[in-house]
Design a protein around this ligand. Sequence first.
Ligand SMILES: Cc1cc2nc3c(=O)[nH]c(=O)nc-3n(C[C@H](O)[C@H](O)[C@H](O)COP(=O)(O)OP(=O)(O)OC[C@H]3O[C@@H](n4cnc5c(N)ncnc54)[C@H](O)[C@@H]3O)c2cc1C
Length: 449
Amino acid sequence: MKTVFVIGAGPAGMFAAQKIAQAGHEVIILNRDIKPGGLAEYGIYPTKDKMKTGLRKQFAKVLSLPTVHYFGNVTVSNDSKINLADLQALSPAAIVFSVGAQGTKKLGLPGETARGVYPAKDFVYNYNSLPLYTSQDFSVGKRVAVVGMGNVMVDIVHWLLIDDPKKTTEEVIVVARRGPFEAKFDGKEFNYVEKHFDRKLFDEELARIQPQLAAVGQDISKLADETFPALKKPAEEVNGSRFRFRFLCQPKEIHADSSGRISRLTVTENVLSERDGSIACKATDKTADIEVDTMIFAIGDVADPSVGLPYGRDAYVTTPNIGEDPKGYPAYEIFDPKNSNVLEGMYAVGWARKASDGLVGIARHDGEVGAAHVLKYLESASDSSISAEQVRGHLERRNIRVVDKADLDCLGRAEEKVAKDRGLTWFKFDKDEDMLNAIETEKSKAVTV
Ligand SMILES: Cc1cc2nc3c(=O)[nH]c(=O)nc-3n(C[C@H](O)[C@H](O)[C@H](O)COP(=O)(O)OP(=O)(O)OC[C@H]3O[C@@H](n4cnc5c(N)ncnc54)[C@H](O)[C@@H]3O)c2cc1C
């Protein structure tokens, strides 16, 4: 039996941990958030209860394995109380990084520090009650630009127009670099927001860009079959808040009002071109202005460089493709391109390996395939004798309040109790301090009984 550290308890890390533990090894999970789940807990849309509950059950099953140890509230980074070198000094047999894509792609635009401009991940973490993000300002106004055309954009429209308790938003303008045929969202997800989709404005927008689409051989009559299945249904007039699309443009400059909040977005008009069967866009020298008081950019995320691993364009670098992955993805072991060295025994899985890539099922698969690589490595790796208690001691000496499996049970009971008392189907504490207090209260009750 060898000891493996898994850093990050999202789907990729949890399913990697399960596979490694089931093969007979000891796994110690260190997770930034108090709760496990990552984006499955704090990213997936809040009302997708069935999916979230199902995943929580699967994660609880992983944690119920006696050789899986969980230490939450532990961030591994150069800016935290524990870093990569500290972990290496503990000599685990292998380390798996499943920390997701926690960095933010910078737009690099003049004015992007204006108030009211948010990365989608942070905005989503806020409405999903991830501590740290719940105490920050994510105020929205009446007109919101959402940049990007994937499922995250749809979730944000869903929140702004349907579930946001403040309901301030009257219009969302989806800003897209390319055209409607390059939309990336699933039709099924779009169904949630369909009744706010302004078909009249959409038709006008299609008429505006029709010559552009025709120039690259795109036929608007095929749109319903390709990327906008909602168009197959009869158009209904939108009453109240709505969303519209502004295609073929990209943010150029953000202008703020005298209070420092975004008031206008200047976009560059793009043209489409076709190369090798794929559609690209090219900026022109024409611009347009969109009046907005909020802007959310949903253009994917990047890995967090402060973790201290060799860093590529948007994720940690793993060994160059050795031809075993049919998609041509790189392999799983961390690789330092500066000196062409493999960092032996260190692996990346999930969104840490390929930022913002796919749904939970893909992250799970990636975690499991990565774990298979780890297991192969463990066959010849030197023994490691570090125990979970020694790791805990090490963390506590750094003044880290470690949240373990027993604490998670206490937290679960405390949240259930609040939900019951308030007549809710579920309740989630949204501050670390409240979670830690609730854990202590539950523990003291257990002692009293
Ligand atoms: C807005 C949004 C909505 C989504 N909706 C769906 C959906 O409806 N259905 C679906 O199937 N998929 C959905 N996904 C995709 C899904 O959430 C991801 O595929 C999946 O969560 C990626 O898993 P992961 O484990 O790689 O990363 P993550 O889920 O991001 O997990 C990373 C984990 O690492 C921890 N961590 C981060 N940094 C550190 C650190 N420095 N030290 C220690 N721990 C750290 C975090 O606390 C977290 O627990 C959505 C994604 C987003 C962004």
